[in-house]
Structure formats: C-alpha cells, structure tokens
Design a protein around this ligand. Sequence first.
Ligand code: PAF
Length: 254
Amino acid sequence: MTQIIRSIHEWKEVLNSRVLSGKTIGFVPTMGALHKGHASLIERSVRENDFTVVSIFVNPTQFNDPKDLQNYPRTFEDDLKLLEDLKVDFLFYPDYADIYNDNFKYKINENELSKILCGKFRPGHFDGVLTVVMKLLNIFRPDKAYFGEKDYQQYLLIDGMCKAFFLDVEIIPCPIVREPEGLALSSRNALLTKEEKIFAQNFPRLLKTKKSCDSIKSELEKIGFKVDYIEEIGNRRFGAVHVGKVRLIENVEI
Ligand code: PAF
C-alpha cells in the first residue's frame, strides 16, 4: 500500500515512528499526470533504495503562464494506481500553503544556465523549479533523487544547486522514454489532439538529423511549428516548439 502524506506535519510523524531509521530513501519529485517516463524513474528508485517517496505537486511558481498552470493535466486517481502498482511506499501530496509557508518570499536563483534556452522564454521558471526542489529535498533528505533527462536543463540546474549548497544527495539523471514513433513522453502530450501528436513527431525526427540548428529551425517553421529555440550546447542539441496550445521540449545527444 502506498501511504498518502498530505502535509509536512504528517511526514514528521512518519520520521518520529522511526520506521525509516537507518534505511535509504529514494525520492522522485513530480507534478503528476504520470506516464511511462515517470515510471522508469520510480522503478529505478524502488530498486535502488529501501523506501521510495514520490511527490505530486503542481508547483505554481514555475508556471510563467497562468493558462499553462490552469490546463496542466491532473490525473490523481490514475497516478495513485500506478504508484500502488510500482510499490511506492509514500506519496507526498501537499497543499500550496504547506510548501510555500513564506508565500515565495525566499527563492533560489541561478544566474547563468537558467537564463538561456527555456529560461529565456519562461522568465522565472527555473527560480520556481529550484526553490520547490530545494524545499522538497530539505523535507525528505533522500539519499538519491531521480530526474528525467527530457528536462535536461532542469537536471543540470538541480545538480548544480545541490553541489553549490552542499546538499547530501545524489542526483540521478534517467534517460528519456520515447513513444515508438520517437516523441519524448511528457505529461503535456496528453493535451495534444490525435492529429497534433502525429504532427509533433516531426520535432524529434528533425532534431536528430545532422543539419544545422538554423536549418532545423527553418524546416520546423516551414511545416507549421512555432519554434522558441533550437540550440547546441556541448554534445547536446536542445529545442522547444509550440504545437497548437502545447509547448514541447526535447534534447538529443549529437
Ligand atoms: O520536472 C518536473 O515535473 C518539475 O519541474 C519538478 C522537478 C517536479 C519540480 O516541480
């Protein structure tokens, strides 16, 4: 049975009961609408740790667009069933007031990597991500925390934050899980119509080609994508596009 923890106070009671004493904790933070990508992180945590905690918290401070927050898919019953099936020990499902007891007066801010790629198009997004992840890591003090490589910029920023603030946690990046047709799994895919989903397959297909970033951008635009950016950093090519009302991000090794 997955035990649902609704508040930090309830988690403290678990800690006081000492069931976790001397045991390792794996942590998988999520915003719900769980899919096979999340499942791969969770399975790995369950394999590698004595206890696994998954959090579901649609973090308002990381949404620069209120409509995106409003439309974000919420599928609690299905999520809980998946967590039970995967034998997750604890689901943390808190309220805004519990997490933001300071009403977001205090925040974590990074000044370089968070300002490029998605950071350039989503002002404040990474402040929200880093702040909530810092709070969650402080609540659970996990040995290991798992993040998907689909959000590769997010993973790098979180790893950097943990090192900068000497947090005693191992940040584990997990490979992107893709549909058979190539689209990276994402909670936002649920918002695509059937036609949009088929059309979206062109995004990873073109991103993987040997063409330059500029020509990939032009080709995507020519066939009807609105492109935020296609850029290479190190041995990785990053992209963000809009399909209808949905923003998709991808990255591939080159
Ligand atoms: O990747 C996500 O789902 C979110 O950005 C995270 C890490 C759970 C923080 O809200």
